[in-house]
Design a protein around this ligand. Structure first.
Ligand SMILES: *[C@@H]1O[C@H](CO)[C@@H](O)[C@H](O)[C@H]1NC(C)=O
Ligand SMILES: *[C@@H]1O[C@H](CO)[C@@H](O)[C@H](O)[C@H]1NC(C)=O
Ligand SMILES: *[C@@H]1O[C@H](CO)[C@@H](O)[C@H](O)[C@H]1NC(C)=O
Ligand SMILES: *[C@@H]1O[C@H](CO)[C@@H](O)[C@H](O)[C@H]1NC(C)=O
Length: 459
């Protein structure tokens, strides 16, 4: 947010009737090819059953599932992790290893959550130990020795990333001094790097987005610059219901310059609040993440065994929402949100083109130009109202610079996190007249959760 402030002020000062209209417009620039679609947002944290093959393959493959993240959190006692002894560690390790194998089956990357394997998954008690308590690193060093040995003996290195600690800026996951966290980062980074030069070491996985007034960020970045322990991907979370990706990345970019740090890939390995995990919110997040080329993993708001099931609220099954829920039952079906990710992966082919969100940041678009059609996916951030979409440079896809354009609309309804939705709604074709090489049309958002896709043939 910080980096965007000067821009927002300039827009207010320069407000004119035309620019006021811009506040409700998301723009697609068909002439701005931004590269091949890799469906960067098709990941989720946990959500994979510990029983192999429980969710049928097509649910993973049709959304182009490409990033997993787990570490055995919340498995039932006795499985509370290293801090309760080796046998409880082994229960968590088995869960994480199973999830790793499922991810690799689909060639997805796997981010190992070693704070969960340690036992700091949020269910630990208030006197639970943290690495380096009272300056004693023995338990952490022994833990890493055990972890490294188990990963090697299970040949679980390909496609592996390690988030060195999850959300240490929340006492929920790190109830010890910040300086101790930073020492832990430095020790752990160098040990794992020496062991596995090709495994990605990622972080800081803060709950708070980059912000030059946040001393978790400034102290971390300043330390890694001096300690030669720069993460291979900059990771943070976007689950507060505020902020946006250009603002957050702008703030990070400014701090990278301050601390003379290199630009690295981004990974938002928990994104979206639970209410945002509906078609409109997902389309909004996809647009935001794709714009800054960030990998994204859906946050997971379920707990207990459901944390280890339901693909981060993309699929459901009978009794998933009541007390007859069974962790091992089958009968999976897709929900409405799933349909967005399936369309994003299977249908939005060709090349991506640049888009910009409405300046109120409430409507966003992600667009591709395929051999057959232009496809524009759009969603609001859980609100209602009327916005518009402007599509510029129609001649760049072989269309005349004026005339009429038939646009096909799909509606992606929600139905709720647990409801079966098997197809989007075909809302038919409408003809729009246009001139000036640009077409503009309204989006009437009468509910907070439906996403839309607009398609038209290239020339
Ligand atoms: C708190 O958890 C630690 C392990 O993390 C355990 O050793 C200790 O006995 C627990 N304390 C209580 C009061 O349960
Ligand atoms: C990085 O920090 C850790 C923790 O203080 C320290 O053990 C290590 O020697 C440091 N490495 C370098 C290269 O500065
Ligand atoms: C998306 O592509 C698939 C596979 O080609 C096709 O079966 C499906 O009808 C398409 N869906 C939409 C909404 O266009
Ligand atoms: C193309 O789109 C990208 C992503 O939105 C944007 O960063 C870039 O500035 C755009 N380039 C031009 C020439 O508009």
């Amino acid at each position: 947010m910080y980096a965007l402030l000067p821009l927002l002020c300039a827009a207010v000062v320069a407000a004119s009737p035309l620019e006021q209209r811009d506040t409700v417009t998301s723009t697609v620039n068909l002439g701005n090819n931004t590269g091949s679609p890799q469906h960067l947002a098709s990941g989720f944290i946990y959500g994979i059953p510990d029983t192999p093959n429980q969710i049928p393959d097509h649910f993973y493959t049709n959304i182009g599932f490409n990033y997993a993240r787990a570490g055995g959190a919340q498995v039932p006692t006795p499985g509370r992790g290293w801090i309760w002894g080796l046998s409880e560690y082994k229960v968590r390790f088995a869960s994480a290893l199973s999830n790793y194998k499922t991810a690799r089956k689909y060639n997805a990357n796997f981010i190992f959550l070693i704070h969960d394997l340690w036992g700091a998954d949020g269910t630990q008690n208030s006197t639970a130990p943290y690495p380096g308590d009272n300056g004693d690193w023995t338990s952490w060093d022994n833990y890493l020795t055990q972890f490294i040995s188990d990963m090697k003996s299970n040949d679980a290195i390909t496609g592996l990333s390690i988030d060195i600690w999850n959300e240490p800026d929340l006492t929920y996951f790190w109830n010890a001094p910040q300086a101790q966290y930073i020492q832990m980062w430095g020790r752990t980074y160098h040990r794992l790097r020496k062991e596995w030069p090709s495994v990605k070491l990622t972080g800081p996985a803060f709950a708070g987005q980059p912000d030059p007034t946040n001393n978790w960020w400034t102290n971390f970045l300043s330390f890694v610059a001096s300690n030669s322990s720069v993460p291979d991907q900059y990771v943070w979370h976007m689950e507060g219901g505020g902020g946006d990706m250009e603002g957050a990345y702008g703030a990070l970019f400014g701090m990278l310059q301050t601390y003379k740090l290199p630009v690295k890939p981004l990974n938002i390995d928990e994104y979206a609040t639970f209410p945002e995990q509906v078609p409109a919110g997902s389309a909004w997040w996809i647009s935001q993440l794709e714009r800054v080329n960030a990998h994204g993993l859906r946050g997971n708001w379920l707990s207990g065994w459901e944390l280890h099931d339901l693909m981060g609220s993309l699929v459901s099954k009978p009794n998933a929402d009541n007390s007859n829920y069974s962790p091992t039952a089958g009968g999976y079906y897709a929900n409405g949100d799933y349909q967005v990710y399936q369309y994003y992966n299977l249908n939005m082919t060709g090349y991506r083109v640049g888009t910009s969100p409405s300046t109120d940041l409430k409507l966003d678009t992600y667009a591709t130009v395929g051999k057959d059609m232009v496809r524009v996916l759009t969603g609001v951030r859980i609100t209602t109202g009327t916005w518009q979409i402007t599509i510029n440079d129609l001649s760049s896809v072989g269309l005349p610079s004026s005339g009429s354009l038939n646009i096909h609309t799909w509606g992606f309804p929600s139905g709720g996190h647990y409801a079966e939705v098997d197809v989007p709604n075909d809302l038919g074709w409408y003809s729009h007249t246009y001139s000036g090489n640009s077409v503009m049309f309204p989006v009437y958002q009468t509910d907070k959760s439906t996403a839309y896709a607009f398609e038209f043939y290239v020339g």
